[in-house]
Ligand binder design. Sequence first.
Ligand code: AMP
Length: 282
Amino acid sequence: MEVISSIEEIQQITLQFEREGKKIGFVPTMGFLHEGHLSLVELIRERSDILIVSIFVNPTQFGAGEDLGKYPRDMERDLSLCRKHKVDYVFSPSTEEIYPKFASTYVSEEMVSDGLCGHARPTHFKGVTTICAKLFNLCRPTFVALGQKDAQQLVVLKRMIRDLHFPIEVIVGPTVREADGLAKSSRNSYIKAEHRKDALLLYQALEAGRALVNENGIRDVDPVKSELISILQTGHSLKVNYADIVDRETMKPESEIEMGRSILIIAAWVDKIRLIDNMLLG
Ligand code: AMP
């Protein structure tokens, strides 16, 4: 496995593979890798000739007062996990390398980004689309693996890929969870033992909402939303950001539940940690 931090070097490597007709599989990450990230590597292994993982904590997707400085990092551990999973290249540039001094070009998606996480974090998705456009240009993937865990980000990136004509196929990986149901996230390392029960409420609320729909046949969104919120409100350290039922492709609120299209989606702060989770209905 090679670790690359220079733009020039990654360009030389990926352009050469492109000339040779090799299929590049790519997993963009912010590091502090866990089984969710690694499941994405495995998901595209078979169809890819070359596997690239990027590790970059992207400052432009963090707003003022968010946890950029505190975001967990452990490069040695990440590299050893990538080696274990037979990744070919880790691309891990510095901020200065990726955002040159007078950079003034950004990419923004303007439909799906507006709402849900886009309300609480107004500059977040512009940071995500900008860094992913840069990474796609540099790593030249045939396949990019993205997690369903970040449902809104997934749709924003699918739109950007379509709208800007990136020749990339998106492969979506299901959410990998802890044994108790908590969706794996690099930020889980911050959750204090006494708040773990509250963090679990996101999953418990989603499961209860799903049961109302699947087992009780409810298709009206209001009782399901009320159920989500009443479960989340039992957490003393939990503050709800949103709990909604949206269309999985547009991320706009549904008036009626449509099986296979509607998702339950939640964001909440547990103590000071922002957690998100979602579940497809049907
Ligand atoms: P991040 O490092 O948090 O930016 O995530 C990098 C990629 O891993 C994104 O496509 C995420 O959706 C995906 N991912 C994060 N957590 C999980 C999880 N628990 N299960 C599956 N994919 C995940």
